[in-house]
Design a protein around this ligand. Sequence first.
Ligand code: FAS
Ligand code: PHB
Length: 388
Amino acid sequence: MRTQVAIIGSGPSGLLLGQLLATIGVETVILERSSREHVLGRVRAGVLEQGTVDLLGEAGAADRLHAEGLPHAGISLAFDGRLHRIDLTALTGGKHVTVYGQTEVTHDLMDKREAAGLVTVYEAANVALHDFDGTAPFVTYDKDGVGHRIDCDFIAGCDGYHGVSRRSEGALKTFERTYPFGWLGVLAEVPPADHELVYANHERGFALCSMRSPHRSRYYVQCPADERVEAWSDDRFWDELRRRLPPQTAAAVTTGPSFEKSIAPLRSFVAEPMRFGKLFLVGDAAHIVPPTGAKGLNLAASDVRYLFAGLREFYRERSQAGLDAYSAKALARVWKAVRFSWWMTTILHRFPETGEFGQRIQEAELDYLVHSKAASTALAENYVGLPY
Ligand code: FAS
Ligand code: PHB
């Protein structure tokens, strides 16, 4: 088989890149290790920057997003028993974010790809990348015990943190910070506690009140990094969540049976560079952020935007300029989002080793943040998404 761009991974990065390339007639094949159902079964991000919404629109995959997505003009920070609203729209000259689950984004992109008859090979085993530092790259994989080869012009490594693409290149420099805690998250078919997101800093630990729709809530509590999800009954979760929220928010929590419960580790990770000859790393394959700043999925989208622009320039004008600029351009925005996600995580979570001085500094940071327009504006412009 031959294609123009071989895409490794059928998550948001791979699907969005494939859809955008289809709009300009560039052929792709996506190789996905898991089944379609497994990919759709993942519950992850929930907040989209406007740039991500616009890109999904350009890909022709935003109809349901526009119909069902929830525009949010603000978020609240909760500490000292009170809510402090950050008016994102007022502080950013009219911008907002949209609440719409990553599962739905993935579903919409898969439906669009399938409707166009574009090829995705699910349960592709032993995917391997070859000769991407030469002029004739190709990928190999096994499907139902049969070996296959796809010759291509370029390879897009959209295969996430545990993927094969990043590990295929030796000349990487990586940067990493792991956090001494994780997020225990639940999904429940109950109305949200607030009409906007609530990020809570409490002496028992961080908590987040989010949502997927007016009838479906997404909640998280900070937990030890080695915590087991089996140790958390629904009752224990609801009790701990409400203990970390201001009284009026806790009273507004509607409890009910969870239909998804999982623990996500928190880490900051960046691999440089994001390009090796004909191989381009995209999204979580190149970087990971703690979910506190709601940047993971949105960073994947900005990588896709830069790579799509470079590939469009190559196929239309045979120019390498955009492709040559990809890594530096993507990393400039990645590092700003890594900083913001790290900062949001440090001011909202309880760190075991922080000590009394560190605790006072965190309290002063939060007090300054909600009482200074300059500080609130800095949070708001990062949260809605910095310019591309
Ligand atoms: P993905 O990891 O989504 O997709 C990679 C795909 O490649 C997967 O389908 C995988 O099966 C496939 N793959 C892997 N290895 C392969 C191989 N060798 N061959 C072929 N295919 C292979 N972000 C937020 O903004 N908010 C959140 O709350 C949030 N929560 C998260 C919770 C968890 C547990 C995780 C892991 C991430 C979370 N994220 C969150 C970040 C997440 O949304 C990512 O940013 C987003 O999925 C990035 O998309 P992709 O780059 O496509 O990577
Ligand atoms: C979510 O709804 O899953 C979500 C929202 C905001 C975050 C992290 C996760 O910062």
